[in-house]
Design a protein around this ligand. Structure first.
Ligand code: CP
Length: 309
């Protein structure tokens, strides 16, 4: 049962629990009335210490669609964190007011710390370059709805694989399914961390490879997961400027891709996917953002006990 549980990293839920969440999210997509008003009287706190459009607003939209209410802040300058309050004290306090907390924080491990002091479930909405598990739920649901299954596919992760927490979370989550191959496409400065390749993939015996040129591998992919270069995690601007346009996916580059390959991107996009591709039926990143709201509705209804899951 997910009622009362925290979600800090993708492995916190079993495959069966994930399956039930995806089933619920599919029902919500198919029937706009399903679970409506099921969280009436419940309060969700959204505490964002870093900027966000999709994660914060899709959580708030999800809670409002379930009949609940939201409170919180979109930047820490308007909270007592600006006066030096510790994260632990903020979370202890907010957990006296709300029934669940969604938090984004620039520090790796902040969500785990929050879960240890909170009186209510904590959902990690991104902790530094570490994990972003509800983006992973979104990505898995998108792949499942578009391809019919989560196993038996070759996925290419392209861009900033060093700092891209959505990549780390999804690469790890997919390693639990059979028939997965992972291809990591990045410049040498932004390769995927060893704790994913050696710590997860090699341990789980998931075949993987690394490449620098997208053109060399695009023809093999069933899913292409594009990411932006994470400007906010760079220590110097020169490196960011040198690397920011390393990959730009264009119509021309897509000529060698499979006809049924899907392009995912957690968004925001900067330059890495040309706008000319938005009408390509394989470009599903805006639909992916919509799936994010459905799966967050399923998640909130489950952890708040509005539906057995
Ligand atoms: N995908 C994602 O986390 O987007 P936001 O930063 O806009 O929330």
């Amino acid at each position: 049962m997910l009622k009362g549980r925290h979600l800090i990293e993708p492995g916190d839920f079993s495959l069966e629990e994930l399956d039930r969440l995806f089933f619920l999210a599919g029902k919500i997509e198919d029937d706009g009335r399903y679970l409506r008003e099921s969280c009436r009287g419940k309060l969700l706190a959204t505490l964002f210490f870093e900027p966000s459009t999709r994660t914060r607003l899709s959580f708030e939209a999800a809670m409002l669609r379930l009949g609940g209410s939201c409170l919180g802040f979109a930047e820490p300058g308007s909270s007592s964190a600006a006066k030096g309050e510790s994260l632990s004290d903020t979370i202890r306090t907010v957990s006296c007011y709300a029934d669940a907390i969604v938090m984004r924080n620039p520090k790796e491990g902040a969500a785990l710390l929050a879960s240890r002091v909170s009186l209510v479930p904590v959902i990690n909405a991104g902790d530094g370059g570490h994990h972003h598990p509800t983006q992973t739920l979104t990505d898995l649901l998108t792949i499942r709805r578009r391809r019919g299954e989560l196993g038996n596919l070759t996925i290419g992760f392209c861009g900033d694989l060093k700092f891209g927490r959505t990549v780390h979370s999804l690469a790890k989550a997919l390693s639990r399914y059979s028939g997965i191959r992972e291809v990591f496409i990045s410049p040498p400065e932004l390769t995927v961390p060893g704790y994913i390749t050696k710590g997860v993939l090699e341990k789980e015996k998931i075949p993987y490879s690394e490449a620098e040129k997208l053109e060399d591998v695009i023809k093999d992919l069933d899913v292409l997961y594009m990411t932006r270069v994470q400007k906010e995690r760079f220590f110097n601007e020169e490196d960011y400027i040198r690397l920011k346009d390393f990959y730009v996916l264009t119509k021309d580059k897509m000529k060698n891709a499979k006809k049924d390959m899907i392009i995912l991107h957690p968004l925001p996009r900067v330059n890495e996917i040309a706008v000319e591709l938005d009408d390509d039926p394989r470009a599903v990143y805006f639909k992916q953002a919509q799936y994010g709201m459905y799966v967050r509705m399923a998640l909130l209804a489950s952890i708040l006990g509005a539906v057995p899951c």
